[in-house]
Design a protein around this ligand. Sequence first.
Ligand SMILES: [Zn+2]
Length: 213
Amino acid sequence: MNCRLCSCEHSVALDRDKKRSYYFCPECHLIFVPESEFLSYEKEKERYNFHENTTINEGYVGFLKELIPVIRNVGLKDPEILDFGSGKNAVLSSLLQLSGLKCESYDPLYDIHPGDWEKKFDIVVLCEVIEHIRDLKTELKLIKRILSNRGSVIIRTKLYPPVDQFLKWWYIQDPTHINFFSRKTVCKAAEIIQGIYEETKLPDVFIVRVQSL
Ligand SMILES: [Zn+2]
């Protein structure tokens, strides 16, 4: 089984639960659900429609607002931001705009696109998105292409627990989650974007800064 992040050909079956199997890549440590066990796009969308990701969901809004200081700490003046995988309601964009930041949204599942694909973004935010992405390598390359040369990517995803606790982990219960990361895996993603990996005060938020040439 090929790893969908680093293409290593030696991924091994790690475990399975009642619904799905999980493979482990010895190279980048990605744990992933094989493509043959993905939900259909219709079922995936149905599942997202259950999420109460709206501006009136206080818990969700609070969770997103934690990203504002992270974005400010990237240290760019007046950054152009893209919320990559924004969801139907594009709540993060609204919140960032309210706090005076410029943000556009992208979510192909809901036909939401930025105004201009030729434009470069200074900050691309993937807030609880990377664990859903089917073609990781292609999407990371797209992100690299739309990043400005002072660009950063902010990745939010929960890191998986020790492998013996993996099957009990709540994060795998969501059938739309198909990729699970360790620090090493986030570093590999940073390498594909040709950026430098940085931690933040939040244990599930990472910054990848592209190296300026
Ligand atoms: Zn890998």
